[in-house]
Design a protein around this ligand. Structure first.
Ligand SMILES: *Cc1c(COP(=O)(O)O)cnc(C)c1O
Length: 401
């Protein structure tokens, strides 16, 4: 074994000894990154086709976001919300305008933003709909992924996420993803919201039937039920539109955002909603020590501006269409379906995806299997066409043309 390989093995052994084993990572130890490229401790270069679950849509270590981070870090990083800061209002205005909505609740992680949306929706249900105390219901979809808190895993249908973590919070009703009739049937006078991902990325890039979101939005409106869209992964350009909901011209009552909101530099999440919904929060009803901190706001503001300045939404649409076309040429009996929206592309197999991800890794392309049989291909939106051509060549090598 060479000296360099030993280095990788040493880091892996160290992590396995001292870290919790709640992930099953590919065995590559990253030391630095730039744009779409990751570099291992051995100095080998890999094309990142996961983008940290779409948190680095802007590319790794984007120089403009880095500058915003370092400049703000030298001024003031955290005030808590006990005092105001000069970054939060600018960020809130920018994000709300981008969403075509009224107001923002800043948080840190995606799961916290989902929890925030749940709290807002329930309170709205009691205040505006007159639902009896503690009876509010939220409709969710089977195979959802909304994060890892106890409340959220409580309405997951994935046994690995739930098993051993109960008891769980009541008040959630599950329907099949993409089924508007079941949605309508599940609504009753206690229903305050429908919480849904426009594409179920973690479930294996499951794209609902055309018109699902539009029809769901109409049903929600008719029944005075809030539509809460979890666009933590699909949002901010990933699917070839700023928001995946834009594919069907849907404006929800709230967008739940995270991941690319800070371009991979810092955990920033948010619920962006209507005045009526966000208005349910009064002083003392909700908060977070780090939520809305000036460092996070400066980073997120720049991360949004990078998406606009570099026209990453249009790039995602264009590159995604091209990539889908190229990958569709792959002919291999293991492949069941190739699908995608923008640069959220998936190869679904008849067999386990992990061995293919291992082979792709050997070729220098990093993909992660999702739900056993799906390979998700979601490179940063800044990735050059020539780099994607290089990657397609590697897919050809692994799958044969
Ligand atoms: C990643 C993700 C979350 C959770 O975000 P965290 O920052 O990991 O808490 C929630 N919903 C969706 C759709 C996600 O992809």
């Amino acid at each position: 074994m060479s000296q360099v390989t030993k280095k990788t093995d040493e880091f892996i052994a160290l992590e396995d000894r001292w870290g919790a084993h709640n992930y099953h990572p590919l065995d590559i130890v990253v030391e630095r990154a730039e744009g779409p490229w990751l570099y291992s401790v051995e100095g080998r270069r890999y094309l990142d086709c996961l983008s940290a679950y779409s948190a680095v849509n802007q590319g790794h270590c984007h120089p403009d976001i880095l500058k915003a981070l370092t400049q703000q870090a030298a001024r003031v990083t955290l005030t808590s919300r006990a005092f105001r800061n000069n970054q939060l209002p600018v960020f809130c205005k920018k994000l709300a305008s981008l969403c075509g909505l009224d107001a923002v609740v800043p948080m840190n992680t995606g799961a916290e933003a989902v929890e925030t949306a749940i709290k807002a929706a329930r309170r709205w249900g009691y205040h505006h709909k007159g639902i009896a105390t503690d009876r509010a219901e939220i409709i969710v979809c089977e195979n959802n992924f909304h994060g890892r808190t106890t409340t959220i895993v409580g309405f997951s249908s994935d046994s690995g996420s739930r098993q051993g973590f109960g008891p769980f919070a009541p008040g959630f009703v599950s329907i099949p993803f993409g089924d508007v009739e079941q949605l309508e049937a599940a609504i009753n006078s206690n229903t305050c919201a429908f919480l849904v991902e426009p594409i179920q990325c973690e479930a294996g890039v499951r794209i609902p039937p055309d018109g699902f979101l539009r029809e769901a939005a109409a049903i929600c409106k008719t029944n005075d039920v809030l539509l809460l869209l979890d666009e933590i992964q699909t949002g901010l350009g990933r699917t070839g539109r700023m928001f995946c909901a834009d594919h069907e011209d849907v404006r929800p009552d709230a967008f739940i955002l995270g991941k690319a909101l800070a371009g991979g530099f810092y955990p920033v999440s948010a619920v962006v909603g209507s005045k009526e919904l966000i208005g349910v929060f009064d002083p003392g009803s909700h908060g977070s020590t780090y939520g809305g901190n000036p460092l996070g706001c400066a980073v997120a503001l720049e991360a949004l501006q990078v998406i606009e300045r570099q026209k990453l939404v249009a790039r995602s649409a264009e590159m995604g269409e091209w990539l889908l076309g190229e990958l569709s040429r792959l002919h291999n009996s293991a492949i069941k379906e190739i699908r995608g929206r923008g640069l959220m592309v998936a190869i679904e197999l008849h067999e386990l995806a992990r061995p293919y991800c291992e082979q792709l890794k050997e070729q220098g392309v990093l993909c992660k299997e999702t739900h056993d049989r799906v390979i998700r291909i979601a490179p940063p939106l800044i990735t050059e066409r020539s780099d994607l051509e290089w990657a397609v060549d590697k897919f050809d090598k692994v799958f044969g043309v």
